[in-house]
Design a protein around this ligand. Structure first.
Ligand SMILES: *[C@@H]1O[C@H](CO)[C@@H](O)[C@H](O)[C@H]1NC(C)=O
Ligand SMILES: *[C@@H]1O[C@H](CO)[C@@H](O)[C@H](O)[C@H]1NC(C)=O
Ligand SMILES: *[C@@H]1O[C@H](CO)[C@@H](O)[C@H](O)[C@H]1NC(C)=O
Ligand SMILES: *[C@@H]1O[C@H](CO)[C@@H](O)[C@H](O)[C@H]1NC(C)=O
Length: 228
């Protein structure tokens, strides 16, 4: 398990506080439009310089990958997903990226999801980050296995989202506790539980990493999965 997963040892009251804090933040973020100030960045470096820096970054880290596991051993599971996402995003904006990096990215992706993600059974956050990686990889390389994986992850974890109806009722069909339908005057719909195994029906934890991944993922997968 990733060392960042410290939540289970927290007392339940603190856990609930943390959960509600995350939910409050989420609720106020339920306008899913991208804030306009995020659309443009400012940098004193040219675009080419920034692309070059990105390339140096992943080329340098490339020597740290373990050939068998497809991961950088010193990084956590989610961080490894983010690394590969960054490579795929790079490849989708740089003209020769798709051809020069596809093989290695694809190989690392396959190895990582076969060795790491199943070991995460029962947790939603790391697999969702790998699902997000699959979306970026599909956009960069247009290979169906990435899309298939992204859809599989999205379908697996969507049942653990607190829907508007669940929030209104104050309960979730896969959890055995009730919760306030509102927090600080706002609905708590949109949260995603991080423990998804039947043995943890009583676990109310929601972890920001999985939550953020799901929000990004939901926006990215739906348009691909359900093209209008
Ligand atoms: C972002 O940059 C584009 C092109 O330079 C410009 O047209 C647009 O108004 C800018 N948007 C924001 C939110 O600053
Ligand atoms: C990628 O792998 C394919 C099939 O093994 C091979 O034909 C191709 O040359 C490789 N491309 C690169 C850029 O290594
Ligand atoms: C509750 O909402 C008020 C008004 O928006 C805000 O000032 C306050 O920080 C919120 N409390 C929490 C715990 O988020
Ligand atoms: C809910 O599930 C937990 C296991 O996660 C269990 O310990 C607890 O007793 C259950 N509570 C109820 C009300 O069934």
């Amino acid at each position: 398990m990733d060392q960042t997963h410290s939540s289970p040892i927290l007392p339940s009251s603190l856990m609930i506080y943390l959960v509600l804090s995350v939910l409050v933040t989420l609720v106020f973020a339920q306008d899913y439009s991208i804030p306009t100030q995020w659309l443009n960045t400012t940098s004193s470096l040219s675009r080419d310089s920034r692309v070059q820096l990105a390339k140096q970054f992943y080329t340098t880290l490339g020597s740290s990958y373990d050939g068998n596991s497809g991961q950088i051993p010193s990084l956590g599971i989610g961080q490894n997903a983010n690394m590969l996402s960054a490579t795929a995003i790079h490849d989708s904006i740089v003209p020769d990226g798709q051809t020069s990096n596809y093989n290695v990215t694809s190989d690392r992706f396959s190895r990582a999801i076969s060795s790491l993600v199943p070991a995460q059974g029962g947790f939603s956050n790391d697999p969702m980050m790998w699902g997000l990686t699959a979306v970026y990889a599909y956009r960069a390389y247009q290979q169906r296995p990435f899309l298939a994986y992204a859809i599989q992850i999205w379908e697996t974890y969507t049942p653990w989202v607190i829907s508007e109806a669940d929030a209104a009722k104050g309960s979730h069909p896969l959890k055995n506790f009730t919760f306030p339908s509102e927090c600080n005057g706002s609905s708590i719909s949109g949260g995603v539980f991080w423990r998804i195994d039947p043995g943890n029906q009583g676990d109310s934890g929601i972890i920001a990493g999985g939550e953020g991944a799901y929000m990004a993922y939901d926006r990215l997968v739906k348009p691909i999965h359900f093209p209008c």
